[in-house]
Write a new protein. Structure first.
Ligand code: ADP
Length: 267
């Protein structure tokens, strides 16, 4: 808390009172700390792949790996992967910054949840099959249309489904379902029976770069920004996003999206 005193003086400079201002700076300080942490995180996340790229290029250049085609090709593979990681990271950062500055144009329109969710399911069926993950899609027929931007909702679903697949071991399952809530909003749930998230990490999980296990996330190609982006998009629709999880048992993410106005729905 910041304290400020200002004496109240008569024209004769005689003090007749004191103005005391108490300012709660907790929120300000929190934002400032978060901003500093964010810059430190970005720098670290960009420096890590760069360091790897540099050391592999040096090994090629000075270590004689160029003379061994197999080794050279492996080293080049690593540098390409790391460059791709940087591209993903920068794309995610740019997207977050556009969302922050409200520069993203949302082309909201009435959408049928079934169409959106079936298309999302189609994008993930193959990946699930490859990893021997059971994939279930369960949708109610009578869902109302939602008022949402297709591209951005697709991205939210892709981020959440790819997490479900990434953090779920072989032989387990992932499901996608939707229902209408009492308040009219459509709730979409993405559930998995994967590794889960410890209780202590749950409240910070939507923060930028917050990850339960950095090494695991990195090895899966994660940037640590997927959930933060999903949250921004859902909130820009007037919806909510929540995560429930039990460590080593599984995770469910629920998003809610507003239905169309009644007159639009019935047209
Ligand atoms: P990342 O690119 O690391 O996956 P996200 O922002 O998408 O970044 O997720 C942040 C972290 O939340 C992940 O690193 C992981 O620790 C945890 N997480 C997200 N989804 C799941 C899930 N379905 N199961 C277990 N952990 C998850």
């Amino acid at each position: 808390i910041k304290l400020n005193f200002t004496p109240v003086l008569r024209a004769s400079r005689e003090a007749i009172g004191l103005i005391l201002v108490l300012q709660d700076v907790t929120e300000e300080e929190k934002l400032d700390r978060q901003r500093k942490e964010f810059v430190a995180n970005v720098s670290h996340e960009l420096r890590t792949p760069l360091t790897t790229i540099k050391s592999y290029l040096e090994a090629l250049d000075e270590g004689g790996a160029l003379e061994e085609p197999e080794l050279a090709s492996r080293f080049l593979g690593v540098t390409r992967q790391e460059a791709e990681r940087m591209t993903r990271l920068i794309n995610d950062l740019l997207q977050l910054s556009r969302l922050d500055s409200k520069k993203v144009r949302f082309h909201k329109q009435p959408l049928k949840p079934i169409e959106v969710l079936e298309a999302a399911a189609d994008r993930f069926r193959f990946q699930c099959q490859q990893k021997n993950i059971d994939f279930h899609l369960s949708l109610k027929e009578d869902l109302p249309r939602i008022y949402a931007a297709r591209d951005q909702i697709d991205q939210v679903l892709d981020n959440l489904l790819s997490n479900a697949v990434k953090y779920t071991p072989e032989g387990h399952s992932v499901s996608l379902s939707a229902r209408q809530k009492a308040d009219g909003f459509v709730e979409v749930a993405i559930s998995d029976t994967g590794i889960g998230i410890p209780q202590k990490d749950l409240e910070r999980i939507f923060e930028r770069f917050y990850r339960v296990d950095k090494a695991r996330s990195r090895s899966m190609g994660g940037t640590g920004l997927g959930l933060a982006i999903a949250r921004e998009i859902v909130q820009a629709h007037g919806g909510t996003i929540r995560m429930e999880s039990r460590y080593r048992e599984g995770t469910t993410v629920r998003i809610t999206l507003p239905p169309c106005e009644p007159e639009v729905t019935s047209s």
